[in-house]
Design a protein around this ligand. Structure first.
Ligand SMILES: [Zn+2]
Length: 225
């Protein structure tokens, strides 16, 4: 079990490496319901809620044969044994939700966004995991803006409301895949920010340096192609 101080350390780490409009909270009550704010709920998980993934990071569901043999299956129907799956250290839970905010006298009308990051900090390097999950959130946010912008532009130009551009954009975004170029850019930015902000405080033998350097190197190599 994590103490409140340890949970706050995780929250502060995420808060300091993300833009000001991103509000990192440990409890839903601390969300700020103002236009332009992205509330990110950090949900610290327990061993009984572990989620298993295959080599590619696809979620795997525990199954049991009639004869009692336990195995895992991903959504593509691939079957794995316990030693072929690993517990996820973190995951972005569900979609980014947007809500209209009622304007007060001082505020303009707008939307507030919300998303949840689940974290299993006892399983490994929570700092590297947090950077990874925040990079996914950055891509979600970017895609949401892009999609909305194109939808508005397409509607303006196209009185019959044939939303072709949105369709094209969505396809392109989907094709980029889970850890595509946009994700890699976001990860690099967040990792560099974390090293600038916290590098001096993180001991040189902390596993953070291994996991983050490994991931940065991986993306650096991939960009050559
Ligand atoms: Zn990922």
């Amino acid at each position: 079990m994590l103490s409140p101080a340890q949970k706050e350390e995780i929250r502060r780490f995420a808060d300091r490496i993300t833009p000001k409009s991103w509000n990192l909270v440990l409890r839903p009550e601390d969300e700020i319901k103002a236009p332009g704010v992205l509330n990110i709920l950090i949900s610290i998980q327990k061993p009984e809620n572990e989620v298993f993934t295959d080599y590619f990071g696809n979620k795997c569901y525990p199954c049991e044969c009639k004869d009692g043999i336990k195995y895992f299956e991903n959504r593509y129907g691939d079957v794995f044994l316990k030693n072929q799956v690993k517990p996820a250290l973190g995951m972005v839970s569900g979609r980014m939700v947007f809500k209209d905010v009622k304007p007060t006298r001082t505020e303009r009308k707008g939307k507030v966004a919300k998303i949840t990051i689940k974290l299993w900090p006892y399983l490994g390097d929570w700092k590297g995991t947090m950077i990874h999950e925040l990079a996914h959130v950055a891509v979600f946010r970017y895609n949401a803006f892009k999609t909305r912008e194109y939808r508005e532009r397409a509607l303006f130009k196209n009185p019959w409301n044939i939303d072709l551009k949105t369709l094209v954009i969505k396809k392109k975004l989907l094709r980029e895949g889970h850890h595509g170029p946009a994700f890699q850019r976001a990860f690099s930015m967040l990792a560099k920010r974390a090293i600038r902000e916290f590098g001096a405080q993180i001991p040189s033998d902390d596993i953070f340096w291994i996991t983050v350097r490994y991931e940065l190197e991986k993306y650096k190599g991939r960009r050559k192609y």
